[in-house]
Ligand binder design. Structure first.
Ligand SMILES: Nc1ncnc2c1ncn2[C@@H]1O[C@H](COP(=O)(O)OP(=O)(O)OP(=O)(O)O)[C@@H](O)[C@H]1O
Ligand SMILES: [Mg+2]
Length: 310
């Protein structure tokens, strides 16, 4: 068979019969990249482990990945945090509330239904939810969510709890519900903040986003007047490049202002931008990359367990 390295695109002619059955990954002789062999599931990074079970809680933790600014790594974070937690042994539901519908693309699945059908009750929850990996399920987003926004707008009262009403009856089966949000501020974003209890905000160190962070914090305060349970819990610096002075300057400023909320940064890593085209998480596409390392660190931070995914 011919294997093409997902990283350098180099083609390798390999006799399939010579690959022992226990070997699940190939290493490109040309660039050194490791990638899963087709038809052989990569090993989960950890067994559905006692470690995970030990930290499992009653009912799910609901975490929204949100900030109004676009292109800061919300979807990359939502997908790789959700997948990392599932590899660590937790049961995770990833909810995509963005009309761009990128989460399914990044996971390499093509759901026939998703969040829209759950909210409109066109389908039963088990029909609206797609299993994307072991222990990882997806409520897909996409263009049809525009209809949900109209539905929310038309409600005379209680529109902001539409998502809450749809998700709470199905959430009990999961340890984590991770919600990806769209850029900007719209009825669905407000709905997300009326559902989640914790907010994780990615802040790109590439561009000056502190202003964006401040504005987003004001929006959260406005919601907190109606719903005290929701709080900004994590600030995740993304696109960190130590060679760029500005990057380090922004990081120092965030540390000064929001120190306790600060997560270890995710470095700029080209592998993170390549993985979606292969429908793979960073752990599957480039398990030894800085991107995979950084997102494993985030999984440990969020789960509060330094032993996970070692
Ligand atoms: N740490 C990183 N290093 C390099 N590229 C990255 C990194 N994080 C994300 N990317 C890439 O940057 C782009 C934007 O990331 P992503 O889609 O996650 O942002 P987003 O905040 O969800 O965007 P949007 O606001 O449009 O939903 C994508 O192409 C993604 O692959
Ligand atoms: Mg996104």
């Amino acid at each position: 068979m011919v294997l093409t390295c997902p990283h350098c695109k180099k083609q390798h002619n390999i006799d399939e019969n010579l690959i022992p059955p226990n070997i699940k990954k190939a290493r490109c002789k040309f660039c050194g990249n490791q990638f899963p062999l087709p038809g052989r599931q990569p090993e989960p990074l950890a067994e559905p482990s006692q470690v995970a079970a030990a930290t499992r809680q009653q009912g799910p933790r609901r975490i929204g990945i949100s900030i109004s600014k676009g292109g800061v790594g919300k979807t990359t974070t939502a997908v790789n945090l959700a997948a990392g937690l599932s590899f660590a042994g937790f049961k995770v539901l990833l909810v995509d509330t963005d009309t761009q519908g990128q989460d399914s693309f990044m996971l390499g699945v093509k759901p026939k239904a998703g969040l829209t059908e759950l909210v409109t009750e066109e389908l039963r929850p088990e029909e609206a939810i797609t299993q994307a990996r072991d222990r990882l399920w997806l409520l897909a987003g996409g263009k049809s969510l525009a209809g949900i926004k109209r539905l929310i707008d038309r409600k005379d009262f209680g529109g902001e709890r539409t998502l809450y009403d749809a998700l709470t009856p199905i959430e009990k089966d999961y340890d984590y519900v991770i919600v990806d949000t769209s850029p900007g501020w719209d009825p669905l974003t407000v709905n997300v903040l009326f559902y989640v209890n914790e907010i994780l905000t990615p802040v790109s160190l590439e561009v000056m986003t502190l202003q964006g962070l401040l504005e987003f914090l004001k929006s959260i305060s406005a919601i907190q007047k109606h719903r005290k349970e929701v709080a900004l819990k994590y600030i995740l610096p993304t696109f960190m490049d130590k060679r760029v002075k500005q990057s380090m300057g922004i990081l120092e400023k965030i540390e000064e202002l929001y120190g306790p909320l600060l997560c270890p940064p995710v470095r700029y890593n080209v592998r993170l931008s390549e993985a979606p085209a292969y429908g793979q998480t960073i752990y599957e596409f480039a398990p030894g990359s800085p991107g995979a390392e950084d997102y494993r660190e985030l999984v440990r931070k969020v789960a509060g367990n330094p032993k996970l995914l070692r």
